[in-house]
Ligand binder design. Structure first.
Ligand code: 13P
Length: 334
């Protein structure tokens, strides 16, 4: 599959990406929250809930893996990337290695450039068609974050990553996640999204990365978790679209959204309101982890007898997201 075909598949109308790339540490938190002890096998079962759900291929175009799961096998003994590819779902992998402290204001930079070329070769040889690299961008108007220095260093690393990925014929998802932590406003988030995208595209241009192999994974312009501001859905969509139009060049392969802790309903409503602005210069899709997984994970709670009910909850959320991807959402059906 060449990068163009990968992009076409990822952005198939009504479909989106399941982000299942939680580190083992984060997966442990998710499991413990529903009363399940975290082991290599329970983490595999957690993925199985989603990956082996009959009918999920009608909604999910791609899956982002975490390394541990990449090498695990389905209940029938087939490697997970191969199993999903056989169901028409494009396998992708998170390749960054987490965050390190940066500067004096509590910011971070992303780790993982060292040895990246070899790791990419091994993922490409075992079926990866796309990859993801995440930077975490903190917004704190009092500390004047994000700082230009932090944005630039993250963007420089992300461009170096994207260059290595493109050279291997894969698609690079670049994710400068503007965090919801804090009490900032939606307008602060919109500004931070714009600044992070400007830094990213400047470094991508400097590194001569082909933009038709780059997908941007972005936050929406939502207020911080501790903010009192309640921003109407229409406004969130308008501000998000405004930031993207102003800061994502035409010719970029596409834009996907993270849910970032918004909760399933809000993440679905916002997606629909954003998609209602189409046509835009690039295709759009969702690439959610928590907003897809939350309800199903709770319904499952690690018990085999709950698996069917959990998958009903999953397919319900996915069908609502399919509508939202087309700009439609009826809260009464949610
Ligand atoms: P959320 O949708 O839970 O934000 O996760 C998406 C993701 O890939 C975060 O890096």
């Amino acid at each position: 599959m060449n990068p163009k075909e990968t992009i076409e598949k990822i952005f198939a109308p009504g479909k989106g990406i399941l982000a299942a790339d939680e580190s083992s540490e984060t997966a442990t938190k998710r499991l413990e929250a529903v009363g399940v002890a975290s082991t290599v096998e329970t983490r595999r079962q957690y993925r199985e809930l989603f990956f082996e759900c009959p009918g999920a291929q009608d909604y999910i175009s791609g899956v982002i893996f975490y390394d541990e799961t990449w090498w695990q096998k389905s209940s029938a003994g087939v490697s997970y990337p191969e199993y999903l590819a056989s169901r028409g779902i494009v396998p992708g992998i998170k390749v960054d290695q987490g965050l390190a402290a940066f500067g004096d204001y509590g910011e971070t930079v992303t780790l993982g450039i060292e040895g990246l070329g070899e790791r990419l070769d091994s993922y490409a040889a075992s079926g990866a068609r796309f990859t993801k690299w995440r930077a975490a961008i903190q917004v704190n108007p009092l500390k004047q974050t994000p700082t230009p220095e932090c944005l630039k260093e993250n963007a420089r690393r992300m461009a170096a990553y994207a260059k290595l990925v493109a050279a291997r014929g894969m698609v690079a998802i670049c994710e400068p996640e503007v965090l919801m932590d804090g009490d900032h406003t939606a307008a602060d988030a919109e500004r931070a999204i714009g600044a992070a995208l400007d830094a990213l595209f400047a470094e991508l241009a400097a590194a001569q990365v082909p933009l038709d192999q780059v997908v941007v994974k972005t936050s929406m312009a939502v207020p911080g978790k501790d903010s009192d501001e309640v921003e109407p859905t229409r406004e969130v969509a308008a501000m998000t679209v405004c930031a993207l139009r102003a800061h994502v060049p035409a010719g970029t392969a596409g834009v996907v959204f993270l849910s970032g802790g918004q909760g399933p309903r809000l993440a679905t409503a916002h997606l629909a309101a954003i998609a209602a602005h189409e046509p835009l210069p690039w295709p759009l899709a969702y690439s959610y982890a928590r907003a897809i997984q939350e309800e199903a994970l709770k319904a499952w709670s690690g018990k085999a007898e709950n698996l069917d009910a959990a998958r009903v909850a999953l397919l319900h959320r996915l069908s609502l997201l399919a509508g939202a991807d087309r700009g439609e959402y009826d809260p009464l059906k949610d």
